[in-house]
Design a protein around this ligand. Structure first.
Ligand code: E4P
Length: 217
């Protein structure tokens, strides 16, 4: 499963990329707002840090204006995936862009039927939001299982990008279900590293090593 990091914070992206944990990046208008930086400038910087797909979202809601924004966004770098909402205009934009060879991430997916439409529109990625589903009392992971089954039934190439990941259990479940990609905030990716038995084991090993009085090299 590929790991994307869901942030526009370039310091976090650099740190995780140095550890080999970043296959791509997703941003959205809320994350750009949080970063407090110019949209095109920060996306360009991110696209220079990672070689994998960097999702940058258009904010227009009608097709013509989406296409105009997409033209600007896709010129930032070769690894940009234009992010469009799962609406009729978004799907139309998706079809046009992917026909031209541009990567597209269809976002705000909340049903298996919507995911089916994204695949039919040729999406590179579809982003089902599991955390927001959990928030309203529907198990988000059931959606991932449904989409996996449907995509496998028809051999769709669209990659399932599990989004709105809020905790390590989401990552574990997404991997078991065979999701292609998950995108999580830096804090969740860091949580994956931590285990109390790793910390305890390391403390014990270092204490015993100290007792040997040795040094390496
Ligand atoms: C994905 O592309 C979205 O940016 C993100 O995962 C949304 O997460 P949230 O529901 O925690 O805001």
């Amino acid at each position: 499963m590929k790991f994307f990091v869901d942030t526009a914070d370039t310091a976090d992206i650099r740190e995780l990329a140095d550890a080999g944990l970043v296959d791509g990046v997703t941003t959205n208008p809320s994350l750009i707002h949080k970063a407090g930086r110019d949209f095109l400038e920060v996306v360009k910087e991110i696209a220079g840090i990672v070689s994998g797909p960097v999702s940058a979202e258009v904010v227009a809601t009608d097709h013509d204006e989406m296409m105009r924004e997409a033209e600007i966004v896709r010129k930032i770098a070769d690894n940009i995936a234009v992010k469009v909402p799962l609406t009729i205009d978004g799907l139309k934009t998706c079809r046009k862009l992917t026909d031209d060879g541009t990567m597209v991430n269809v976002t705000l997916c909340f049903s298996a039927n919507q995911a089916l439409l994204a695949a039919k529109a040729g999406a590179t990625f579809v982003s089902p939001f599991v955390g927001r589903h959990d928030d309203v009392g529907y198990p988000g992971m059931e959606l991932i299982a449904d989409i996996r089954q449907i995509y496998d039934n028809y051999q769709f190439d669209t990659e399932i990008l599990v989004a709105s990941v809020r905790n390590p259990i989401h990552v574990h479940e997404a991997a078991k279900l065979g999701a292609d990609v998950m995108t999580a905030p830096p804090s969740v990716i860091r949580q994956l590293v931590r285990h109390p038995l790793t910390d305890n084991g390391l403390t014990a090993f270092l204490a015993d090593w100290e007792k040997t009085g040795q040094k390496i090299g």
